[in-house]
Design a protein around this ligand. Structure first.
Ligand SMILES: [Zn+2]
Length: 320
């Protein structure tokens, strides 16, 4: 048993694997009507969000995102959070970080939910990832980009984002912390994330990369789902069914490669899913790609999601 919809859910699945995406999707803004763009009459990213939703729904993905189409997942947030400046594409911490007056992703979230007419996952980039992606200016009140004060201040800013998304109806919120897998101070990072997700009904934390050395620590996150990549890294080898069940945590099982444009055949994905089912139990996994699909072509992204959903359904049929 994998997922039971609540009455208010508008998804058409009753039971089965939760299929989802990590977040970003490669649809591009519509810049065809330059006149309307200059006059500010048209938001070129709205059509990109619509297309991202259409593709995810048509591929059969159950829990979708707004596609994170406006910018990469660092720039998207830092350009809106007071205390950050973006210079030559690089985030610089120039002052104390405070929550933005207007949430970064709320308008897109509401727009996406309105056209999708179903649950949409709220997604925020985690404080450690935003901090480590930045340079700290000497005038800023932080010692360096690993200063715990900086990480906690960014966590407060992103907690406001989460709270706005929850008010707009988001039950599932994902925090992206890929930087956890590259040797940062995970203890501080986990404390910061745990504080942000206290009130979230279904919190998910995404950490791609090699998590074999940190997985035990990641179990200290108060999450419903830990989401990782498995296609190119044997992260499955360190995850034990007893350990995740003891913490009531499910695993977001990344089973299509988000960096390789070659679309995996359904049977290949099925085989990957079966190995996770065998080790962790079907009830303990969600199905998704390794990471965001932003770096692929739209055609490849759609084909990967379609094959992923078909593979998940084939595995489901084998279990029932
Ligand atoms: Zn990732």
């Amino acid at each position: 048993m994998y997922y039971e919809c609540e009455e208010e859910d508008t998804t058409n699945h009753v039971t089965g694997f939760v299929t989802t995406v990590v977040g970003s999707y490669p649809t591009k803004p519509d810049v065809s009507n330059v006149y309307a763009l200059i006059k500010g009459e048209k938001d070129p990213f709205r059509s990109a969000i619509e297309e991202a939703i259409k593709d995810q729904v048509n591929a059969g993905v159950q829990l979708i995102s707004d596609g994170q189409v406006r910018a990469d997942f660092v720039t998207l947030f830092v350009r809106n959070i007071p205390g950050f400046k973006v210079r030559a594409g690089r985030p610089i911490v120039v002052d104390r970080i405070t929550p933005p007056e207007k949430p970064t992703t709320l308008d897109d979230y509401i727009f996406a939910k309105g056209i999708a007419k179903r649950d949409v996952k709220g997604i925020v980039t985690g404080p450690s990832t935003l901090a480590y992606a930045s340079v700290v200016d000497e005038k800023a009140p932080y010692k360096s980009n690993d200063d715990p004060e900086l990480i906690y201040d960014i966590a407060d800013a992103q907690a406001m984002e989460i709270s706005a998304l929850m008010k707009a109806g988001a039950k599932i919120i994902q925090v992206d912390e890929p930087v956890f897998s590259v040797g940062v101070n995970v203890e501080i990072g986990i404390q910061a994330v745990n504080k942000m997700i206290e009130a979230v009904k279904t919190p998910v934390v995404h950490v791609c990369g090699d998590v074999r050395n940190i997985f035990k620590k990641l179990l200290e996150l108060n999450v419903s789902v830990l989401d990782h990549e498995f296609t190119n890294v044997d992260n499955l080898s360190v995850i034990e069914r007893e350990a995740i069940e003891a913490r009531n945590i499910q695993i977001g099982y990344g089973c299509v490669d988000s960096n390789d444009i070659r679309v995996e055949p359904i049977e290949v994905i099925e085989k990957r899913i079966r190995s996770a089912v065998k080790k962790l139990g079907a009830e303990n996994i969600w199905i998704d790609p390794d990471c965001g699909l932003r770096n692929l072509t739209r055609k490849a992204a759609f084909a990967k999601l379609s094959n992923m959903v078909k593979a998940a359904k084939n595995v489901e049929r084998g279990i029932k």
